[in-house]
Design a protein around this ligand. Structure first.
Ligand code: ADP
Length: 492
């Protein structure tokens, strides 16, 4: 069986650099096979389980493909391949490892339009986000870590960094290819081998990345991609030959994985949920702040672990901020993710749509005031209008729990002290935003917010060189930057 058809892309649509494709129209046709196996030991293979699951386009509810569901035998086969590939990969000259990473990055750029379209079809995110953020950032992560591969001795002077072995990497559905890049690139740069499991609703770009591994001649077994849902993930975490588990996803699953790994000697990093505060002070540039707030919560339909889902506005500017917020939200275009003008695409799955609706109902039931954009939604597909609540109390469910959807809770504060205590009043600690004209205030407040990333007068800015990760129930370990390498090395 050969479940991976070679992708056909018209030659004139293949571009040599990442910037050119942005100007071209989104007319690229991407071929999707009826059925996908898994990528193990350098080849696409059918699952021993003989089971497949549906992959649905959330924008129109049509079946895109059938994806293999790996069972314990399949997991075992993938881990065995990664284990067998490890000794050679680890010993390969670091500059040679770097070359593979450079080639992957380059090939991703060249096939960027195809990957963007596939990401949007599979996950429902607006094409402008796949095109301008997800795919270029994924390529950047490979470039960035290619640069580290032969410089690890300089990253940790006086210490020697040794690779850990087989890394089990489990990723979520909100940034499928980008999360794969965040995980695979540092692991390979440090000399580890990988078994990656994408989320069940968004496996297609990870499987296509495997085509790139074939194209660049990555040695078989160095990266293996297995697909499936929670059971597959749990079997992977449990495998005795896995030395390191890297997980990004929900806090409940992260806790279950932490329990599973406890006492096993496996290294673990967790990047989990968030309920991030965005704080607007009276002295902020309000137009800029409102733009940042909107971007902070509605980017990728709010399917962002660091989404600025709790807005704190200083009382004196509350009315002005609310008025501007309403105008700005009403101007957002909601609908077909393949339309380049779309701001909010489809909710990733029917299950997630139901979850978000439950939170909205809880907001109503607990006495907050609901506001929604009057945007007309498509008849088919999983859509929600951008939603914001006023009159929210810190005790309300919508102010406490991660919704992972386009829902903003607006609250007020009087003094900076109150802003800080309210912002920190959460079990999470992933990100935060501050909007003010005063530099001294920025430094003071940023240092007192318990959050892995604090953005000032901006939001949702990422860079491969900048470490990302949380405190408290948002997890531990960092991804990106020099600190991110520590997750994949043993320092001796
Ligand atoms: P969400 O609830 O937002 O879908 P999850 O945390 O359930 O997020 O999913 C994130 C990733 O974790 C997915 O790849 C999913 O298949 C995987 N997963 C779910 N349950 C488990 C589990 N018990 N062990 C390992 N991986 C899991």
């Amino acid at each position: 069986m050969s479940p991976s058809p070679k992708t056909k892309v018209a030659p004139e649509l293949e571009f040599g650099n990442a910037w050119e494709y942005a100007a071209a129209p989104e007319s690229v046709k991407v071929e999707i096979a009826d059925k996908y196996g898994m990528f193990i030991n350098g080849a696409f293979v059918a699952p021993k389980s003989r089971r497949y699951m549906d992959s649905i386009n959330p924008a129109n509810e049509e079946l895109l493909s059938k994806i293999a569901v790996a069972n314990e035998d399949d997991v075992d086969r993938a881990v065995a391949a990664a284990k067998a590939a490890f000794p050679k990969w680890k010993k390969l000259k670091a500059s040679e490892r770097a070359k593979y990473l450079f080639r992957i990055a380059r090939r991703l750029q060249e096939r960027a339009r195809e990957f963007s379209v596939l990401e949007t079809l599979d996950g429902g995110k607006p094409i402008k986000e796949s095109r301008d953020v997800d795919i270029p950032e994924a390529a950047k992560h490979f470039f960035y870590h290619a640069g580290w591969a032969d410089k690890l001795d300089y990253a940790f002077p006086g210490r020697k960094g040794r690779p850990l072995g087989v890394c089990a990497q489990i990723i979520p559905w909100n940034f499928p290819l980008l999360m794969a890049a965040w995980k695979i690139a540092p692991a390979l740069a440090c000399g580890n081998t990988v078994v990656l499991k994408p989320a069940e609703t968004t496996s297609l770009t990870a499987l296509r990345l495997a085509e790139i591994f074939e194209e660049v001649g990555l040695p078989p077994g160095v990266v293996n991609i297995i697909t499936g849902a929670g059971e597959t993930g749990a079997a992977l975490v449990a495998h005795k030959d896995v030395q390191k588990v890297a997980f990004t996803g929900s806090t409940p699953v992260g806790k279950a994985i932490a329990k599973q790994c406890a006492g096993s000697g496996k290294r673990l990093t967790l990047e989990l949920g968030g309920k991030s505060p965005n704080i607007i002070f009276e002295d902020a540039s309000l137009d800029q702040a409102v733009d940042g707030i909107v971007q902070g919560i509605f980017f990728n339909q709010g399917h962002v672990c660091c989404a600025g889902s709790r807005l704190f506005v200083q009382e004196g500017v509350m009315q002005e901020v609310l008025a501007k917020l309403e105008v700005r939200i009403q101007s957002l275009r909601v609908g077909d993710p393949m339309d380049k003008n779309t701001d909010l695409g489809a909710i990733n799955s029917l299950g997630q749509l139901a979850t978000i609706k439950r939170y909205i109902e809880a907001g109503d039931a607990e006495g907050a005031t609901r506001h929604q954009s009057s945007a007309k939604l498509p008849k088919r597909g999983y859509y929600l209008p951008p939603t914001w609540f006023t009159g929210v109390q810190p005790s309300h469910t919508i102010a406490r729990e991660e919704i992972f959807g386009p829902v903003l809770s607006v609250m007020s504060f009087r003094t900076p002290e109150e802003a800080i205590s309210r912002a920190n009043n959460t079990p999470y600690g992933l990100a935060a935003g501050i909007w003010t004209d005063k530099g001294s205030k920025i430094f003071d407040i940023a240092s007192r917010l318990k959050a892995g990333v604090v953005w000032c007068n901006t939001y949702n800015r990422f860079d491969a060189a900048s470490p990302f990760g949380g405190f408290k129930q948002s997890g531990f370990g960092r991804e990106g930057g020099r600190q991110g390498l520590l997750s994949y090395l043993e320092l001796v």
